[in-house]
Ligand binder design. Structure first.
Ligand SMILES: *Cc1c(COP(=O)(O)O)cnc(C)c1O
Length: 333
């Protein structure tokens, strides 16, 4: 078996840093999509509640339902409900989708300020407000998403300028169409930490809360992954390990095989490249339920920092984490 350990102190430490930046716990919306970035949605929802977080962001209706008891507010990014709910807010990602929402659904309008992925275009704002009104939906917020908040370029600034224009127009339209005062939000983790003068109504924070925001001091990774040894053997110089024999031993060594493979979320592409957080080398092809390392440890730490793991696997921490299957055992310490 491979198992995941979740460190509550580290999580709370990260939430402390985040709430210092948002200046209030009430402005944190913890992003729990994709099984809470592989950490386990119910575990992280209950810890977030214990800390005092009242808002969450998820991808689907099913995810929202599974954590309903923990939060006062849940924003669903990519789903359309069958009936309205007093707790769930649903994202309008496209002007053509407005007619699909049931009457009286609480909605938040996503505006495309430069990412060109989801959201209505800035020029559709008036039309969108009109159609939302006609469809009998209740508009509570307008938001956007940055395409390059993690790159220290000017892009973040022009998107902010665009969103500033959207806010002004939306506030005016809200009055015209009688929606009351709207909430506005645009920040993900990287965006939140680029400014010391955060002044929006909430921040949608994912990776920072899990302790894997790069480029900032003080965050501590929440998730560590361990795998149990199945067997060990002496491999002689020149012998090969695993499918295809892709690893050739340069010297005699002890190679052990662990109960963790791509079927559990280990990225097969990182075969022969991956190094554990303690510097233990993975060798041979990663198979479905097995992977080999040059060590003899019984319970091997695979990683306790997804940023480093991602570097050795040639990807980003988000992918390392969300690949971890929901079936892995998770324990909070
Ligand atoms: C995933 C996501 C976030 C969280 O991003 P992080 O970089 O993990 O903080 C915020 N907003 C939206 C719309 C997202 O899809």
């Amino acid at each position: 078996m491979a198992n995941i350990i979740l460190n509550k102190n580290n999580f709370f430490n990260n939430l402390d840093l985040i709430s210092k930046h948002t200046k209030s716990k009430d402005k944190i919306a913890i992003v729990l999509k994709d099984n809470a970035y592989g950490h386990g949605i119910s575990e992280m929802a209950s810890l977030a509640k214990e800390y005092g977080v009242k808002k969450a962001v998820v991808r689907s209706n099913d995810e929202a339902k599974s954590i309903e008891e923990f939060f006062e507010y849940i924003l669903v990014l990519g789903d359309i409900p069958k009936e309205p709910s007093s707790k769930m807010r649903y994202t309008i990602n496209d002007i053509k989708s407005i007619s699909k929402f049931p009457k009286e659904t609480l909605v938040e309008l996503k505006v495309d300020t430069g990412m060109h992925r989801n959201g209505i275009s800035m020029s559709e704002l008036h039309d969108a407000f009109m159609q939302i009104k006609e469809a009998g939906l209740i508009l509570e917020a307008v938001f956007t998403h940055h395409r390059s908040s993690d790159e220290l370029t000017s892009e973040w600034f022009w998107q902010n300028d665009n969103f500033k224009k959207v806010k002004q127009e939306a506030a005016y339209l809200a009055e015209e169409f009688g929606f009351g005062s709207l909430r506005f939000h645009s920040a993900n983790s990287a965006s939140l930490f680029r400014t010391d003068s955060f002044d929006e109504d909430m921040a949608r924070v994912g990776i920072a809360s899990y302790g894997c925001l790069e480029g900032y001091e003080g965050f501590a990774p929440v998730l560590s992954l361990y795998a149990d040894k199945i067997s060990s053997r002496e491999v002689k110089r020149g012998q090969r390990v695993g499918y295809g024999g892709t690893f050739v031993a340069k010297d005699n060594c002890v190679v052990s095989n662990y109960d963790f493979g791509y079927g559990d979320g280990f990225l097969r592409n990182s075969s022969n490249e991956f190094v554990t957080s303690n510097g233990v080398e993975q060798v041979g092809r990663i198979s479905m339920d097995n992977s080999s390392f040059i060590t003899n440890e019984e319970n091997l730490l695979i990683f306790n920092n997804a940023i480093d793991a991602a570097k050795s696997a040639g990807t980003i921490s988000y992918e390392i984490l969300t690949s971890l299957k929901a079936s892995l055992k998770r324990e909070i310490v």
